[in-house]
Write a protein that binds this ligand. Sequence first.
Ligand SMILES: O=C(O)c1ccccc1N[C@@H]1O[C@H](COP(=O)(O)O)[C@@H](O)[C@H]1O
Length: 234
Amino acid sequence: MARDDRRFEVKICGIRTAEALDAALDAGADLVGFVHFPKSPRHLALADAPALVARVAGRAGKVALLVDPDDALLRDVIAAVSPDILQLHGHETPERVADIKARFGLPVMKALPVARREDLAVLPAYAAVADRILFDAKPDPGALLPGGNGRPFDWALVAGLDVNRPLMLSGGLTADNVPQALGLVRMDGVDVSSGVEDAPGVKSPDKIRAFVAAARRAASTSSLQDPLSKARAS
Ligand SMILES: O=C(O)c1ccccc1N[C@@H]1O[C@H](COP(=O)(O)O)[C@@H](O)[C@H]1O
């Protein structure tokens, strides 16, 4: 599908409470993310997942976020969350991404950590097997979390990419900076966790509403911009 025909998607990630979920759904988020990673302050225990995700009731796509999961964990998370998309946010190789897709029959969004242009060398290999690509800031070596650090990267690095897959931007996005980000790069969607929180793991309904509105406004003008893409094409 050509990029212009795709709906711009807003994802609110790291949801653990009914209040946050309802805020995301009422604000019109397209995707809601549930983190299964015990080191994260946004970790959603499998036992708590079914009751929470039942509230989604088809109003948004459900994304299960995992970090280097083995097959047993994937099976358990899929049973508890019934996700529409698996988000792989670890060091999964392209071969493992293809293997997970084949085994579990769900679309996969692969997160790629970005700090420098060289980090994008792996993009073609992942774009060949993943259904979507998510760009996130590369964490510092030894960081506790591979994502969800509330940290932006140089968005210009992902401007003007020619990839036949939906691309999402994440990493330190907020209602305040998402217009600037989408003014610089054209993306198929944005993903946020820390930027809609009052404290790590504590979502703010007000910030969720503000982010969804700001992202939608910015996306509606972004397709006219992407100055770096235009400069590269000419
Ligand atoms: O949110 C987490 O705790 C998390 C844990 C492990 C891997 C990824 C995680 N979050 C994802 O990271 C990006 C950026 O988040 P932020 O907005 O900078 O906080 C986003 O895709 C989250 O889904």
